[in-house]
Design a protein around this ligand. Sequence first.
Ligand code: 5GP
Length: 226
Amino acid sequence: MRTRASGENEQRGNLIVLSAPSGTGKTTLARRLVASVPRLRVSVSYTTRPRRRDEQAGSDYHFVDRDTFADMAEHDDFLEWAEIYGHLYGTGRQATGEILAGGFDLLLVIDVQGAEWVRKRDPRALFIFLLPPDYQALLQRLRRRGTESSGTEAERLLVAGDEIRAWKEYDFLIVNDDLETSLAAAEAVIVADRQRRNRMETVAEEIAATFPGAGTVNPDSSRSPE
Ligand code: 5GP
């Protein structure tokens, strides 16, 4: 049953930004989150980066060439975009708008530049940063993944050092030591954020309006005089 009081109302959804240095496990966490949290979708970004062996066009990324990307940017088709490791990455505006209008929250798995952009424009957005347990752990995870050439891997580790310092700008920090623990923490954060007063205002007002004499009683007048 859908109960409006639990936050399942017809309101527009919220943006949830998830950032982390490359290799921290944010893609896996994002996939698990959309499977476990109701009314949550993950945004499929556009990128000019070549497709990796294990990736699927349309579900991991929309893979496009630089001309197509530039054309889209010129037509204001991106909510945000950034150049990362020499490739372009962007969040499509149309699909994003449709998902939010449908009342779903939308998870953007984007870098710290993209997060900064969203922060300036959407005061309601929720920002989660995933940290690796330490540098060595990140190094090992990147090597185990084995999707990058050694040059790209070195570049990603270098950028990771800069990215990690952006944690101060985020609302919630999760250290991804154990995936199940991180998942439970991220679920709790997303679910709790939905119960914030500013997201529940319409629902609360509607409930209050069903009470007889709504709006006529001054709460202070019912107190006995001291
Ligand atoms: P990867 O090449 O490893 O898939 O992603 C590299 C970086 O680009 C990651 O930090 C990822 O979160 C980020 N990224 C992916 N899509 C977008 C996007 O649409 N916008 C921005 N700003 N960053 C993105």
